[in-house]
Design a protein around this ligand. Structure first.
Ligand code: NI
Length: 250
């Protein structure tokens, strides 16, 4: 049994969502945590969680929308949190890859959502790209737990997050040839890892170039198992247990 702790699901990327869900189940995936991270995608993922048993959602505004999100969008977010099957806030965070000109706005949006997570006692799914130090400094100000989604940093950074109580979301990147993430995964404990696909992006080897989906999760788990020298069933069991203890799936 596998749990995909972070993916995206949208009619824009998949022609037939029923089929995607069916194939995920057939591939041994028990639950998928779908992230709605814009006003539009929040509406869409809310409808999927009501339709499909295996779908749970996190909602939150991605840093790429930092210039557009207003107070009323945050109220909109907060008002949804009483609904069933919303298991966290995310993906939220900082992304300086394309621009850091709006750094202040990004940090404002990140902090507003960390406050909401703290108030509602919900885990967070963190997006951090080229912004490690600011992400760490910001997270330290709040009493939150969660996942550093698509972790792809150094062993030193991994240990900082782990010591702060965060889990590392490991996805398709670990299967890429020459990925430095392989060395990091070798060194950290399986208990600090949760599986994710970030589909439709970051498709694992040997399917690179195709649209990703949760059905490929076992290839990520298999790579982690090889790096750790254990059977894939051990990776499935431990990472699922960890995901179940972070997210309230009832
Ligand atoms: Ni994502």
């Amino acid at each position: 049994m596998f749990i995909d702790t972070h993916c995206h699901l949208s009619r824009e990327d998949y022609d037939d969502i029923d089929k995607v869900i069916k194939e995920d189940k057939e591939a041994g995936v028990d639950k998928i945590v779908v992230s709605g991270c814009s006003r539009e995608s929040i509406d869409e993922v809310m409808s999927f969680k009501d339709k499909y048993d295996m779908v749970y959602v996190t909602i939150g505004y991605h840093p790429e929308y930092a210039d557009n999100v207003r107070e009323n969008d945050l109220d909109f977010l907060e008002n949804l949190l009483s609904e069933k099957k919303i298991v966290g806030i995310g993906e939220i965070g900082l992304d300086y890859h394309y621009t850091k000109d709006n750094k202040d706005k990004q940090i404002w949006l990140f902090e507003e959502q960390l406050k909401i997570a703290e108030e509602f006692n919900l885990p967070v799914v963190i997006h951090s790209r080229d912004a490690t130090q600011d992400t760490i400094n910001t997270l330290k100000k709040y009493n939150v737990k969660g996942i550093i989604h698509c972790f792809n940093g150094s062993l030193e950074t991994a240990n900082i997050y782990i010591n702060m109580g965060f889990l590392l979301g490991i996805g398709g990147v670990v299967t890429f040839k020459n990925s430095k993430l392989k060395d990091v995964v070798k060194e950290i404990s399986i208990e600090s890892i949760v599986l994710e696909t970030d589909s439709p992006y970051l498709t694992p080897v040997p399917f690179r170039g195709k649209v990703n989906s949760s059905k490929y999760l076992s290839y990520i788990a298999q790579e982690i198992a090889s790096l750790k020298g254990v059977d894939v069933s051990i990776v499935a069991e431990i990472t699922s247990k960890t995901a179940l203890s972070l997210f309230d799936f009832k």
